[in-house]
Design a protein around this ligand. Structure first.
Ligand SMILES: *Cc1c(COP(=O)(O)O)cnc(C)c1O
Length: 509
């Protein structure tokens, strides 16, 4: 093979395009000149982060499970990390074998027939899936089918993806138990029978419950000519036990950065492959340079043929190393852990939704609204107080405003679950002291949280509760204390008044 190297000496760049202004003038780019300095800088940043390396992150819907080192290490191997997404096929045979195997595993796990590894996130998977459904309808001459039914409990990305896919959104009501109102669904499906494209449904529901009418719901959509898009963000409660195909869905995305162990948070790269039934497979997206997808593919969804291919190795490792039995056990433990937490917390906080046997799926919602009027403490205040206790907050205000959604995942040992319960129960006692008038609504350890080291160690202490109550409210903190680096902020004020923490803008003038 005759490979020519392109040479681009500086004198080939047109004069007017050559930069002569300063570049990277922010101090951060000019302060850390040695490896020692750089290492310490990065470590200092890391220390500000309350991450999974410190304690569990009980973010409902986000599935913050272990990202095992053994799954992550191969990404650093040049055999995997130095391949260009458009490298010639003879150089990528091993990669393709892994990706093909992964696509097969994901198809088996979902019960579907084909898989596209293109979408780079759950939301992009939703968009891809909806475009595939659209192409399916169009191929049958149903060019007018453009209505997406979406329950009011849906994740915000669902209506956003439907809008971008050019669909018209019709909302479906939920009942007081958080389930889809089947009567309302039936009415709307029949009313829009002529133009129904699909339903977008999350299972188990965003309320953390295995919705019992799910089969009926899918039947209603099918009998009115629509397809069922299952939002797969909650697959951690399904893998090995049930599947999107088993409940009657036609297509789903998988958040590999939730259920399949890719680290996420802070906007890091994710992967949201979609799996489909055979009748949708011909429309899976291709790529202009590397053929992927079906015979009659929609346009590519991401720039590269397999999305962020390198991180797919993490999910491949996760599936390979756990095997059938391990994957199923992970699901069982995820559900068991959630139900254990629910059982331990339900005498302290009301649990918003449960199935008819009183069980939840892999996550559950605690309701903070009942004590809010008596104590002034809302879900966000508890989220901030948890930092003083060394925990990242659960999911705040999704899918229900004024609540916290807790998901422990299978990765947390009982000791950690118990430590989290101890923190939550201690905070509930602090709320009780406000209700009983022992603390005022204005000055109590929750409303003033989080407490920084600067504040707690300062000579002046102006609160009615002690420094120890502020920073060491529970015994385990004496062994391992996380210090929040910023005290209480006013969220709304901050959202409305953006300020730059960089050097002032004038310094660029
Ligand atoms: C996380 C999530 C999504 C979106 O996934 P991204 O990868 O963040 O785009 C969609 N639906 C639900 C229920 C989710 O939890």
């Amino acid at each position: 093979m005759d490979i020519q190297l392109l040479e681009t000496p500086a004198n080939q760049i047109q004069n007017e395009l050559i930069r002569n202004t300063e570049i990277l003038s922010h101090p951060v780019f000019n302060t850390h000149h040695s490896e020692t300095e750089m290492l310490r800088y990065i470590k200092r940043l890391e220390n500000k982060d309350l991450s999974l390396t410190l304690s569990m992150i009980p973010l409902g819907s986000c599935t913050m499970k272990l990202n095992a080192t053994s799954e992550l290490i191969p990404l650093s191997w040049p055999e995997f990390s130095s391949i260009h997404p458009f490298a010639p096929a003879y150089q990528t045979k091993g990669y393709i074998e892994i990706l093909d195997n992964l696509a097969d595993y994901l198809s088996k796990i979902t019960g579907f027939d084909a898989c596209s590894l293109q979408p780079n996130s759950g939301a992009q998977g939703e968009y891809a899936g909806l475009m595939v459904i659209r192409a399916y309808h169009i191929s049958r001459g149903d060019t007018h089918r453009n209505i997406a039914l979406i329950p009011t409990s849906a994740h915000g990305t669902n209506p956003a993806s439907a809008a971008i896919a050019g669909m018209e959104i019709v909302l479906v009501a939920c009942d007081e138990m958080g389930n889809i109102n089947v009567t309302d669904l039936k009415e709307k499906a029949e009313k829009h029978q002529q133009n129904l494209s699909c339903l977008m449904v999350t299972y188990p529901s965003t309320h953390g419950v295995f919705e019992e009418s799910i089969n009926e719901i899918c039947d209603i959509i099918h009998s009115n000519g629509g397809k069922v898009y299952m939002d797969g963000a909650n697959m951690n409660a399904q893998v090995g036990l049930t599947s999107p195909a088993a409940i009657g869905a036609d297509v789903c995305h998988l958040n590999l950065h939730k259920t399949f162990a890719i680290p996420h948070g802070g906007g890091g790269p994710g992967m949201g492959p979609i799996c489909v039934r055979a009748d949708l497979a011909p429309f899976l997206p291709s790529n202009p340079f590397v053929k992927t997808g079906g015979e009659n593919p929609i346009n590519s969804i991401s720039a590269t043929p397999f999305g962020s291919a390198s991180i797919l190795l993490i999910s491949y490792g996760y599936i390979k190393m756990l095997g059938d039995k391990g994957l199923t056990n992970a699901t069982k433990y995820a559900i068991l852990n959630a139900n254990y937490l629910k059982a331990r917390l339900e005498s302290h906080y009301p649990i918003l939704y449960a199935g008819k046997n009183g069980r939840v799926a892999h996550e559950f919602i605690i309701d903070i609204r009942p004590t809010k009027s008596e104590s002034g403490i809302d879900a966000a205040d508890i989220a901030k107080r948890l930092m003083d206790y060394g925990f990242h907050a659960p999911t705040v205000a999704f899918p229900v405003v004024g609540t916290l959604m807790i998901e422990p995942t299978e990765s947390e040992p009982k000791e950690e679950l118990d430590r989290f319960c101890a923190a939550m129960i201690a905070i509930r006692k602090e709320i009780q002291k406000i209700i009983d008038g022992e603390y005022t609504k204005e000055d109590n350890p929750i409303i003033q949280a989080p407490h920084t080291a600067n504040e707690v160690c300062a000579n002046e202490w102006k609160h009615t509760y002690s420094r120890e109550t502020a920073a060491f409210p529970i015994g385990y903190l004496h062994d391992w204390k996380f210090w929040p680096s910023v005290g209480k902020i006013d969220n709304t004020h901050g959202d409305r008044n953006l300020i730059c923490t960089c050097p002032p803008i004038e310094s660029y003038a």
